[in-house]
Design a protein around this ligand. Structure first.
Ligand code: ZN
Length: 159
């Protein structure tokens, strides 16, 4: 990767972590999910409302943690708004593949999320990048109510 590109990646990630999109409280959400990444100390609280066709109509998050976790959450909320659960699950699969291997089969489908590809070089940060996606995945399973999800619940990869 050339250094100009790396700089661009860093700028976008910093911009999203400093000024996260869809950050704040959502009134009367259908589902609230608390996502926790104890290995880094990242937390997000995700609130989701569904539309008449089960699509994600509105979502907001609050949280704290490293730049990767917060930027990834910001980018995720922009990407999944208006999408159906099956569209979101396929984005999650593509994104997980991207941050674990650095490769993606449909680059255009991920848009700015593709900027997090560099995370695959830092295995410890994969959980940071995946935290928001674990939370939306859990929200899709719940339909209503509250849930907690932790990155430590998934099988450890290479420790
Ligand atoms: Zn982190």
């Amino acid at each position: 990767m050339n250094s100009d590109l790396e700089e661009l990646y860093q700028q976008v990630i910093l911009d999203h972590s400093r000024r996260p999109r869809n950050f704040g409280e959502l009134a009367d959400p259908a589902v609230r999910v608390h996502g926790d990444n104890p290995s880094c100390g990242d937390e997000i609280h995700l609130a989701v409302k569904f539309g008449p066709g089960d699509e994600v109509e509105e979502l907001k998050f609050t949280g704290s943690g490293c730049a990767i976790s917060q930027a990834s959450a910001s980018l995720m909320t922009m990407k999944v708004k208006g999408k159906s659960p099956s569209q979101i699950r396929s984005m999650l699969d593509a994104f997980e593949k991207l941050v674990t291997t650095g490769r993606e089969s449909h680059p255009q489908s991920l848009g700015d999320l593709g900027l997090l590809a560099g995370v695959h070089k830092f295995p410890q940060r994969v959980k940071c990048a995946m935290l928001a996606w674990r939370a939306i995945e859990q929200a899709l399973q719940e339909d209503a109510g509250q849930a907690i999800v932790s990155t430590e619940a998934e099988p450890s990869q290479s420790e």
